[in-house]
Design a protein around this ligand. Structure first.
Ligand code: ATP
Length: 655
């Protein structure tokens, strides 16, 4: 029949037309949009990887920025656990990634992407949530490798670009199918599933959109999903591990073998083993009230340090002493010399202790131990009765920390900061606002309550940091150089605040300013090389270590020699005195009156004689000005530190 028709047509049209036969697809309603749909699917195969990955650098930058700005360490000092920190960021990043995914899906719907329109929505949601999870855990891991945000963002952008480009060209590279190893990279796994989904949802291919059965055990898609889930678990474990062992500027650094430290303990060098065993002996001795081995750790210490040590040996009453430090040792992993060597002291309420010491004396280490950043190697401390070894959560609710540098978020207001730390501090929700208002009022910042921190001056930011340390009913407040870098007027404001808030509190204040320590401290402790060298009131230390009185003379220009001679002849002929040349310059002269003379001077009313002599300017025409002063705390500090340096040259506790 077909042949007959064909012959008829051929004859009628003189061979111009012929009939042929074959099978053709039926005309389709969407024929014009098919091509668009097809090309959109192709486009989405390229756009999806870029569109769904670009938040990864943002996640990494948030995490690294918090490390770089030391917010992480500040939060840890205030009691934030690593697990809570990562959990909060996990929720935040997942939410951000899902919002991005939603926007992306809506865009795809708007451009009629067949993958989104035809695929089972539950499968799409499952894939997007899985991707958000992978991105988040990968961000955690990547962030552990960086300490500088800019570098991190740059490297991670390259990483994302590389992953997306490789994904896009993978079909050309592996024309005979991708090897299993290819899918180890989570992006390659995810975008492989997506690519299969996009291809199969295209009607032109005559395939069916993704179904759950496509993820059956043994299929490539199943392997990809399992790989991604497994890798995300490995990412999280690696994050916690690297976080613990990576050398950082701040915070705890554990030995690389810490999860299996048991097997490595014996491999310490004999020197380290010797120190470990001596530390254990000291700890034992401390707990049993014995004083064996104290000679080493008390090297260079004075009688007050011995007495203080004895006092805290049996001093356990937290009501009397909110801060008790007992034989505290700390040795950083890999270091031979301990940073703290048997520190012992106790502090009562309403007391400010000025903790002085040269760089590297161990002041920050002590603060880090008290805030739980490090575990002491041996010994212990009690804050409001809770041990730093066993009860850090209680301690975090009883201790306030004002770090050396302001660690604040520029975009948050003063009140936001205090609310955040109030929550971290465990203040009950119904008392939060009250506690925040009280802390803000304590530092006179009530009118700045709703101001963003980035708009505050240095002194105002410092007051915010102090307010954070005052939150709640902290028994102990640790202030690390609270007024460093501030102008004299603002320093006085800070000193006023410290004086005001010390009621019913115990404050440990580390500072390099002798004036600050002298003005604010009820007791002063000086440390060198991890040891306590002296402790007592400022007056007591000056008496103990000071060399007596100083007479300072300023001469008229060019008359220094004449001024010196007149003083020596008319005033000092009856005293033993020492000339201190190192403070002498072109027009000033300093004379130090020795301690034994000081008694003589006081006892025989000679001090008043010096005053009466020098009050007659006509007798001393070469003298412009004069002054008599007592030994300063700075003199005491320099003396102790100089002696400490000499002690440093001696062997420490290594036998
Ligand atoms: N994370 C760390 N890892 C290894 N050693 C450390 C670490 N932190 C401090 N140290 C060492 O411990 C000792 C005491 O340091 P610490 O920072 O406690 O001194 P500091 O008195 O606070 O000094 P500064 O006044 O400079 O702040 C120093 O020898 C220092 O090198």
């Amino acid at each position: 029949m077909t042949q007959l028709t064909s012959a008829t047509v051929k004859i009628k049209h003189a061979g111009k037309y012929v009939l042929s036969q074959g099978i053709r697809a039926l005309p389709q309603e969407w024929s014009t949009s098919t091509l668009e749909g097809q090309s959109l699917n192709q486009v989405s195969a390229y756009l999806f990887p870029f569109g769904l990955s670009f938040l990864l650098p943002t996640f990494v930058s948030i995490l690294v920025q918090e490390k770089e700005d030391r917010h992480r360490i500040m939060m840890a000092m205030n009691g934030l656990k690593a697990s809570s920190y990562y959990l909060s960021h996990y929720v935040e990043f997942i939410a951000m990634q899902l919002i991005l995914s939603l926007v992306f899906c809506l865009t795809c719907v708007a451009i009629s992407s067949q993958f989104i329109l035809r695929t089972n929505p539950i499968i799409v949601i499952f894939l997007l949530v899985l991707w958000a999870h992978i991105q988040t855990t990968l961000a955690f891991l990547l962030a552990t490798f960086f300490s500088r945000t800019r570098r991190a963002v740059l490297v991670v952008y390259f990483f994302v670009a590389f992953s997306c480009i490789m994904t896009s060209v993978s079909d050309q590279i592996f024309q005979d199918g991708k090897p299993f190893a290819w899918f180890i990279h989570p992006s390659f796994s995810f975008f492989n599933i997506l690519s299969v989904g996009i291809t199969s949802s295209s009607r032109i291919n005559g395939l069916y959109p993704l179904k759950w059965r496509d993820f059956a055990v043994g299929t490539t898609l199943f392997n990809c999903v399992v790989l991604m889930i497994g890798e995300s678990i490995i990412f999280v474990l690696l994050t916690f591990y690297i976080d613990a062992v990576a050398p950082t500027e701040y915070g705890v650094q554990k030995p690389w073998h810490f999860p299996v430290s048991f097997f490595f303990k014996r491999r310490d060098t004999p020197q380290i083993q010797s120190i470990e065993s001596q530390l254990a002996t000291h700890q034992e001795a401390s707990y049993h009230g014995a004083a064996e081995g104290d000679q080493d750790i008390l090297e260079g210490a004075d009688a007050d340090v011995y007495a203080e040590r004895e006092r805290v040996r049996s001093y356990y009453d937290p009501a009397k002493a909110p801060l008790i430090i007992q034989n505290l040792f700390h040795r950083y992993p890999g270091k031979v010399d301990p940073a703290l060597k048997g520190l012992s002291f106790g502090l009562e309420p309403n007391t400010v202790l000025g903790l002085l010491g040269p760089n590297g004396a161990g002041k920050s280490t002590l603060i880090h131990l008290l805030t739980g950043l490090y575990q002491p190697t041996s010994g212990t401390a009690y804050v409001a009765g809770a041990s730093i070894r066993t009860d850090m959560p209680t301690i975090h609710s009883k201790i306030g920390v004002c770090p050396q540098h302001d660690i604040l978020w520029g975009d948050l207001t003063v009140a936001d900061h205090l609310l955040f730390y109030a929550r971290l501090h465990g203040i009950p929700p119904h008392l939060e606002q009250q506690a925040v208002a009280f802390a803000i009022a304590s530092v006179s910042l009530t009118s700045f309550r709703d101001r963003q921190v980035k708009g505050l001056s240095g002194g105002e930011k410092r007051r915010v940091s102090i307010a954070i340390s005052l939150l709640g009913d902290n028994a102990v407040i640790l202030m690390d150089e609270p007024s460093t870098g501030l102008d004299p007027a603002v320093r006085r404001v800070i000193w006023d605040i410290v004086n005001r808030v010390k009621a019913n509190r115990t404050i440990v204040l580390t500072t390099h300013s002798m004036e600050e320590a002298d003005i604010l401290s009820d007791r002063i402790a000086i440390m060198t090389s991890g040891r306590l060298r002296c402790i007592g009131t400022s007056l007591h230390l000056k008496e103990l270590y000071g060399s007596g009185f100083r007479l300072n003379i300023s001469s008229k220009p060019g008359k220094l020699q004449e001024a010196c001679e007149s003083i020596e002849l008319k005033v000092l002929k009856s005293f033993k005195y020492t000339r201190v040349d190192k403070f002498t310059n072109a027009s000033t002269y300093e004379i130090e009156l020795l301690n034994q003379d000081q008694e003589y001077v006081n006892g025989h009313g000679q001090l008043s004689k010096i005053f009466s002599y020098l009050s007659r300017p006509d007798q001393f025409p070469a003298i412009e000005d004069w002054g008599l002063s007592q030994t300063t705390l700075e003199d005491v500090f320099i003396k102790i530190v100089t002696d400490g340096d000499a002690a440093l040259a001696m062997p420490t506790i290594v036998s």
